[in-house]
Design a protein around this ligand. Sequence first.
Ligand SMILES: CC(C)(COP(=O)(O)OP(=O)(O)OC[C@H]1O[C@@H](n2cnc3c(N)ncnc32)[C@H](O)[C@@H]1OP(=O)(O)O)[C@@H](O)C(=O)NCCC(=O)NCCS
Length: 277
Amino acid sequence: MTGEESAESAAGAEAAVPLVRSLRLGLDAPRTGPLQAALALASAPLDWLDAHRGGFLHAHEEALLTDRLHTRRRHGLLIGRYAAKCALAVLRPDLDPRDLAIRPGVLEQPVLSGEGIGTNLGISLSHAGPVAVALAFPEACPMGIDLERIRPANVALLTRQTTVAERRHLAACLAAPEAERLTRLWCLKEALSKALRCGLTVPLDLLAVGSVEAGPTGLGVTFTNFAQYRGLSLAAGDLAAALVLPRPPAVTLALDAAEWEAFRRALADAAARGSGE
Ligand SMILES: CC(C)(COP(=O)(O)OP(=O)(O)OC[C@H]1O[C@@H](n2cnc3c(N)ncnc32)[C@H](O)[C@@H]1OP(=O)(O)O)[C@@H](O)C(=O)NCCC(=O)NCCS
C-alpha cells in the first residue's frame, strides 16, 4: 500500500465512525440559582446514521423520516437529532435517547418531550451537510445555536445582509477573510433568531450585532436591539458557529478556555472531513 493509499483508507475509516464532541456549560443565574446546559458537535455520514438510527431515534422522530424527504434533508434531520441526543446525554446520562423525541413545534422550533425528562429542557440545533451542533438548555435560560459553511461565493449576498457598522466592528477585531467575517455575523443573527424563536422571518436589521470583542473563547458580541442577549462566535476550517444566550447579570457563563479550544479543534476536524454535500 502506498502512503497515499494508506492515507485514503485512514480517511475512509475515520468517516465511517461519527465524530462527537460535547461540552457542559455552567450557567450562573442569580434569579434561579446555578443552571447547566450542554453543547454538542457531531459529524457522521448518512449511511452511518441510517444504519444506527435505531439506537438513538424516538418512534416519533422516525415518523419524520418519510420517503419523500430529499437526501440532504434526511441527513440534516438525522445528524441534528444525533447531536441533540449527545448534548442531552451530558445533562441526563440516565435517560435512553430513544425515549426522547425532538419534534417541530408550531413555529418549526425543536420541542423536546419524553419519558422521565421532568424538568423543562429546550433544544436548539443547526446542521450543515454531515455536521450538526446542538444545545440542550434549561427553558429558564433561552439559548440558540447556528452552524454554517464559510463560502467565498456568498460574500456578495452576505454583504447585503449586514450593516456597515457590523462589518466595521467585526473587521476591527478579526483579521480573517471577508467570507469568514460575514458568515460569523450571519451565524450570530441566526442563533439569536432561534433563541427568540422567530427564525429569519423578521427584518435582519432587527437582529443586528452591536459591539464585538475578541476574547480567550473567541469573539463575544452584543446585539443592538436585544440588549439582554450576548453571542459567542467561533470558526475553524470552513465552518462557522455561534451560540447565543442571556448576558450578565442575568446569566454568567463559566467556560473553561481549554475545553472551548478542544471544542474548536473538533469543529476543525469536522470541517476537515469535508462538506459531504
Ligand atoms: C430557523 C431558521 C433560521 C433555520 O435556518 P437554516 O439555516 O435553514 O437551518 P439550520 O440548520 O441552521 O437550523 C435548522 C433547525 O432550526 C430549528 N428551527 C426551525 N425553526 C425554528 C424557530 N422558529 N425557532 C428556533 N429554532 C428553529 C429546527 O430545529 C431546525 O432543524 P430541524 O428542522 O432538523 O429540527 C429558518 O428555518 C427560519 O427562519 N425558520 C422560520 C420558520 C417559521 O417561522 N415558520 C413559521 C411557520 S408557521
